[in-house]
Write a protein that binds this ligand. Sequence first.
Ligand SMILES: CC(C)(COP(=O)(O)OP(=O)(O)OC[C@H]1O[C@@H](n2cnc3c(N)ncnc32)[C@H](O)[C@@H]1OP(=O)(O)O)[C@@H](O)C(=O)NCCC(=O)NCCS
Length: 141
Amino acid sequence: MVAACGVFNADEVAIARELVDEHLAKGASASGYHFLIADGPAGIDGYTAYGPVPGAVNRWELYWIVVSPSARRSGLAKRLNRATEDAVRAVGGVMMVAETSTLPAYASARAFYLSQAYRLLAEVPDWHDDGDGLAIFGKRL
Ligand SMILES: CC(C)(COP(=O)(O)OP(=O)(O)OC[C@H]1O[C@@H](n2cnc3c(N)ncnc32)[C@H](O)[C@@H]1OP(=O)(O)O)[C@@H](O)C(=O)NCCC(=O)NCCS
């Protein structure tokens, strides 16, 4: 599903898989990778991967939020994000950060974060590659 999005490169798809493998091997607490998965009629329609920021106090990071292209713009990411925030709040989390790219291909992700009351906290030009900056979004829970 991550590969089918068409925005993630091969390394990023491998990282997405690594998070799943770590979670399956060690569980959520030991791996630090938590998942919320939305089932659809023909498989998984979307998921979030999130976890506590190591060394920080009750700060969590939304590592991935992905919705399959066929299930988009129906509010699924909104529901997944809400459920993720509820789960984080329930264990004492007070702040979420989410990082993405400044490339045009990630415009939907940036628009989505802003629509869910995340604020753009910082941009780091050329962080991923020349012309491909880092956009850091954050939200108090
Ligand atoms: C970003 C993403 C998760 C949004 O999923 P979605 O289920 O389509 O989002 P929702 O339907 O819940 O949208 C909620 C709001 O986000 C905003 N939004 C979502 N997609 C948008 C787009 N393509 N353009 C503009 N705004 C958008 C809108 O405000 C939308 O509300 P509306 O439909 O009432 O206007 C999805 O586009 C995706 O998987 N993108 C590729 C993966 C990615 O870039 N993930 C983030 C980096 S890890």
